[in-house]
Design a protein around this ligand. Structure first.
Ligand SMILES: Nc1ncnc2c1ncn2[C@@H]1O[C@H](COP(=O)(O)OP(=O)(O)OP(=O)(O)O)[C@@H](O)[C@H]1O
Ligand SMILES: [Mg+2]
Length: 349
């Protein structure tokens, strides 16, 4: 799907992509995979990561990455342009921030024109870490349109969490049309099983079929959970196999490890009402309407408007799932490990 977009860009119809997916679902891995394939096909790829930074710092860093990746003659060109005999970094420091809006297009132009590459593919991982991702994306869009008018084939691929476009109110429409979303979901059961079985082959250790199925089930196809569960199961092998009993202990260790690495920070970032509402959502294993959750939360002393707000915020952060069915949303927690964590937190209170 993505390669077809690059091919259309090559033919003069640029298409740009937003790769959306939950934390640790495999966005960075997929970008690196695309990069290998595109480079093998003769395209030039620049892969960069965004950080929590201002739009201008982001654009400056991107300019640096494009320049560094593509053109060793770039440094001397910058020196000529600004008339200082200094390195790029220092030159950038001395210039007013608005200059980055001119520098990036010229860096991209050079990168696209060097050598006989087909298309320039610029990937920005985690673009939603930028303080104002909407502004950053609008800038990339403007630059891309400017270069397109000059017949320069560039395609942007940005990755972000699924809430990206929801968080950009004003410029939502043009950006969604421009950065066409591809959503990366969890692995299907067969791929998940393969992701465990393949690395095991040749290790001399095997998991019982029931254990394998349980890992796939518990993980919900999330690669990070698959790795954790399989790692601790592997560690618990007795006499070359992992059966139900070994896995039970391994599961507790994997769960403790994920709780410590991920859930504890998530929990401590929740407001008190959000914690209670999340625990209410976690207490059912079916998706429930907002009204039902409001009733249950009311018994804990949380007003319906406060519950609705907590539901919205938790869903926006991807901590609970909102299953839309027309107007009325239902809420659930499909992440089995996180649900267990929330249940345990509720017991402690
Ligand atoms: N298709 C896959 N099969 C098996 N494991 C995978 C797959 N994709 C990713 N992984 C593994 O899952 C883990 C998380 O992947 P990755 O870092 O790419 O996710 P991400 O979406 O970029 O996460 P983040 O939210 O931290 O940016 C990595 O250890 C990676 O090796
Ligand atoms: Mg990543």
């Amino acid at each position: 799907m993505h390669e077809a977009r690059v091919a259309r860009t090559r033919d003069g119809h640029p298409q740009h992509t937003a790769l959306l997916g939950e934390w640790a679902i495999g966005k960075t891995t997929l970008l690196m995979h695309w990069r290998r394939r595109l480079e093998a096909a003769g395209d030039r790829v620049v892969l960069t990561m965004a950080y929590p930074q201002s739009r201008d710092d982001f654009l400056a860093a991107l300019t640096g990455a494009v320049a560094a990746e593509t053109d060793s003659g770039w440094t001397s060109n910058v020196d000529l342009e600004v008339g200082f005999d200094v390195g790029v970094a220092e030159a950038r420091l001395r210039r007013p921030p608005r200059e980055v809006e001119k520098e990036l297009p010229s860096a991209l132009r050079r990168a696209a024109q060097v050598g006989d590459h087909h298309t320039l593919v610029v990937m920005v991982d985690d673009v939603d870490l930028v303080a104002t991702p909407g502004d950053a994306l609008l800038q990339l869009r403007a630059i891309s349109l400017e270069l397109y008018a000059m017949d320069i084939a560039i395609t942007f691929v940005v990755s972000a969490s699924p809430g990206l476009f929801g968080s950009i109110r004003g410029a939502h429409e043009p950006l969604v049309r421009f950065f066409e979303p591809i959503t990366l979901g969890p692995l299907g059961a067969a791929s998940a099983a393969e992701a465990i079985a393949k690395p095991l082959a040749g290790t001399g250790i095997r998991f019982d079929d029931a254990v394998l199925a349980e890992i796939v089930e518990l993980s919900g196809g999330r690669p990070y959970y698959l790795q954790k569960l399989a790692y601790f199961a592997f560690d618990a092998a007795e006499g070359g196999t992992v059966g139900r009993a070994e896995f039970a202990a391994a599961f507790e260790r994997a769960f403790a490890s994920v709780s410590q690495e991920i859930f504890a920070a998530r929990w401590s970032a929740m407001a008190p009402a959000e914690r209670q509402v999340a625990s209410v959502v976690a207490s059912a294993n079916v998706a429930r309407l907002s009204g039902e959750i409001e009733d249950a939360a009311k018994r804990l002393g949380i007003s319906p408007p406060a519950t609705r707000q907590a539901l919205r915020r938790l869903a926006a952060r991807g901590q609970i799932d909102r299953l839309a069915n027309g107007q009325r949303g239902r809420y659930a927690i499909s992440d089995r490990l996180f649900r267990r964590y929330l249940e345990l937190q509720a017991c402690e209170r």
